[in-house]
Design a protein around this ligand. Structure first.
Ligand code: PAF
Length: 291
């Protein structure tokens, strides 16, 4: 496995792969790797890509200094996991090269306005500007054929797809299914910050999604159910919404088609998110919409 950090050799490595007729697949991460990340690597291998995994805790996407300071960092374990997973190049760029003006704000920002505003964007001002800016930079440097993102961060996936479309990046964005533990908890680097009791409470997020889905209720009923499940488990609910899969605007009770149930909450000071698709077209005995 190649280990790179400076931009020049990183760019040169990706170019050498393309020159040899290979296709680069990039897996952007903030480190603290878990099986969810490794599933993205597996997907890239299945597609025949030469896998470049980037690991960079991007300060621009943290609106809270203590959240950034407390974000899990496990560099030695990450390198071992990436190597065992067959990653071709592990890139850990420096803050100096990624954001040379840091801690002053960088003048250039990629903002995916309306998609960045609701849900996570409402609770974490500037978060998606930071995500979109760093992803754009990673794509410019790496020049991948494909870029892999987990559906666990569904709003991020929608934002990245839009930036790729709007700025005509020549890359296919591949969304990969969320990996869960045996109790349904979505794998996340942040889970490592929770106590056993916190982990137990965190499971309410996926339970809320399942309860909404199986209720066969309308979007407003799903919102109530999800909030109740999380509330009663002691999760400090940030939002429990059902939105349009593409625009992320709240789905009305009369609307049909696929929606995305989105939940976020805080447990032991750790912000957690999860989501799932719900089909409001007709699901067996789903109650008539708009009644
Ligand atoms: O999902 C993440 O880990 C980060 O938001 C990303 C995409 C690597 C950008 O920093």
């Amino acid at each position: 496995m190649h280990r790179l950090s400076a931009i020049a050799p990183w760019r040169a490595y990706a170019q050498s792969v393309r020159d040899a007729g290979g296709r680069v697949g990039v897996v952007p991460t903030m480190g603290a790797l878990h099986d969810g990340h490794l599933s993205l690597v597996r997907r890239a291998h299945d597609n025949g890509d030469v896998v470049v995994l980037t690991s960079f805790v991007n300060p621009r996407q943290f609106s809270d200094a203590s959240d950034l300071a407390g974000y899990p960092r496990t560099p030695a374990a990450d390198i071992a996991l990436a190597e065992a997973a067959g990653v071709d190049a592990f890139v850990s760029p420096s803050l100096e090269e990624m954001w040379p003006d840091h801690p002053r704000p960088t003048l250039t920002t990629v903002a995916v306005s309306e998609l960045a505003a609701p849900l996570e964007g409402a609770g974490r001002p500037g978060h998606f500007d930071g995500v979109a800016s760093v992803v754009a930079k990673l794509l410019v440097i790496t020049g991948p054929a494909r870029a892999y993102f987990g559906e666990k961060d569904y709003q991020q996936l929608v934002v990245v797809r839009r930036l790729v479309r709007d700025l005509a990046f020549d890359v296919q964005v591949v969304g990969c299914a969320t990996l869960r533990d045996e109790d349904g908890l979505a794998l996340s680097s942040r889970n490592a910050l929770l106590s056993p009791d916190g982990l137990r409470r965190a499971r309410a997020l996926s339970r809320a999604l399942r309860a909404a889905k199986s209720s066969k209720g309308r979007p407003s009923e799903c919102r109530t159910i999800m909030r109740e499940v999380m509330d009663s488990a002691g999760v400090d609910v940030a939002y429990a919404d059902v939105v349009d899969v593409a625009t992320l605007t709240p789905l009305g009770d009369h609307e049909r088609g696929r929606g995305r149930a989105m939940v976020a909450g805080v447990v032991e000071g750790v912000r957690l998110i999860d989501n799932d698709e719900i089909d409001f077209d007709q699901g067996g005995d789903r109650r008539a919409l708009g009644d």
